[in-house]
Write a protein that binds this ligand. Structure first.
Ligand SMILES: Nc1ncnc2c1ncn2[C@@H]1O[C@H](COP(=O)(O)OP(=O)(O)OP(=O)(O)O)[C@@H](O)[C@H]1O
Ligand SMILES: [Mg+2]
Length: 261
C-alpha cells in the first residue's frame, strides 16, 4: 500500500474514521435507596464506526439496556465520557439533546412501544412531527417507510389490529422514517416468531447495506450471527469483543495512539 504524505489527506482520513459512538471508561451506578448501590456499568470503553453492525449480548442484568440508554442519550453516565459523532453529550442542553436524538438515532424496543389507538401511519409520522416536517411531507415519508418494511397495506390499522411481527415492523418504520445514521435496537426480535424475526433481520441487513450504523441487543445467537462484531457484557463490563480479538495488534496500537491524540 502506498504511503500518503499529504497532511490534508491524512487529516481527512482521520476525520472519516472518527467513531460514531465513543464510550470512554463509562460507569453507571443506580442508587435505588441511599444505602443500596447497583453498578450496572463498570468502566466500559467502546468505539463503534460508521456502517458497523454490532450485536450486544450478555446475561440478564449484565447492563445491556443500561448501555443502550446511554448510547441513545436517554440516560447519562455516572462517570466517564460519551461522545456521539464527536460531540460530548454531557455538554449538551436537554432541548438540544432531544433534537440530536431525533436527528441521529432511530430506536427499536422489544415491546414495540407503539402508541395505542393511533394508526400505523400516525405512529410512524410522530418523529417527523417532532422534527417540524410539514403534514404533506410527513404523510409521504411515513407511507414510504411503511412500504419499505412491507406494511404498505396496513397504514390505517391500529397496533391492536396488527400481529406482533407487524407491530415490530411498524416500530422499525418509525425508527427509520427520519433517516437516522444510527439505529439502536433493544431485543427487537425478542417477542417475535422465527418468520417475523427473519423479516425484521432482513430489513436491518438492508439498512446496514445502506451504510447505517446498527447496534442491536439480543439474546439470540442467530441474530448476533448477522452482526459484524459481537460484544459481550458480564456484570457491567465488556468481557468479549470479537472486533478487538480480530484486530491485529499493530492496528490496535495505531487506534490507541489516535484515541490518545
Ligand atoms: N432504574 C434502575 N434502578 C436500579 N437498578 C437498576 C435500574 N435499571 C437497571 N438496574 C439494575 O442494573 C443492572 C443492569 O440492568 P439492565 O437493564 O441494563 O440489564 P440487561 O442486561 O438489559 O438485562 P435483560 O437482559 O434482563 O434486559 C441490573 O442489575 C438491574 O437490576
Ligand atoms: Mg435489557
Amino acid at each position: 500500500m502506498a504511503m500518503t504524505t499529504s497532511t490534508s489527506s491524512s487529516a481527512r482520513r482521520r476525520r472519516t474514521r472518527r467513531p460514531v459512538l465513543d464510550v470512554r471508561d463509562v460507569s453507571r451506578v443506580y442508587r435505588p435507596t441511599p444505602d443500596h448501590e447497583v453498578r450496572a456499568l463498570d468502566g466500559v470503553s467502546l468505539r463503534v464506526h460508521r456502517g458497523d453492525h454490532v450485536a450486544i449480548m450478555g446475561t440478564s442484568g449484565s447492563g445491556k439496556s443500561t448501555l443502550m440508554h446511554l448510547l441513545g442519550c436517554l440516560d447519562a453516565p455516572s462517570s466517564g465520557r460519551y461522545l456521539l459523532d464527536g460531540v460530548d453529550v454531557a455538554g449538551v442542553e436537554e432541548n438540544d439533546l432531544s433534537d440530536l436524538r431525533n436527528r441521529k438515532i432511530g430506536f427499536v424496543f422489544q415491546a414495540f412501544n407503539l402508541i395505542p389507538r393511533t394508526s400505523a401511519l400516525a405512529n410512524v409520522e410522530l418523529p417527523l412531527v417532532y422534527a417540524g416536517v410539514s403534514r404533506t411531507e410527513r404523510r409521504q415519508r411515513a407511507t414510504a417507510a411503511l412500504r419499505a418494511v412491507g406494511m404498505g397495506s396496513r397504514l390505517d390499522h391500529l397496533p391492536s389490529e396488527l400481529s406482533g411481527g407487524q407491530q415490530q415492523r411498524v416500530a422499525v418504520a418509525r425508527a427509520i422514517v427520519t433517516d437516522p445514521p444510527l439505529i439502536l435496537a433493544d431485543e427487537p426480535t425478542g417477542n417475535l416468531d422465527s418468520r417475523s424475526t427473519e423479516d425484521v433481520l432482513t430489513i436491518f441487513d438492508r439498512l446496514r447495506d445502506q451504510g447505517r450504523t446498527l447496534v442491536i441487543i439480543t439474546h439470540e445467537d442467530d441474530v448476533a450471527a448477522r452482526a459484524r462484531r459481537v460484544i459481550r457484557l458480564g456484570d457491567g463490563r465488556i468481557v468479549a469483543d470479537s472486533a478487538a480479538a480480530a484486530t491485529p495488534v499493530a492496528t490496535r496500537h495505531a487506534a490507541e495512539r489516535e484515541a490518545a491524540a
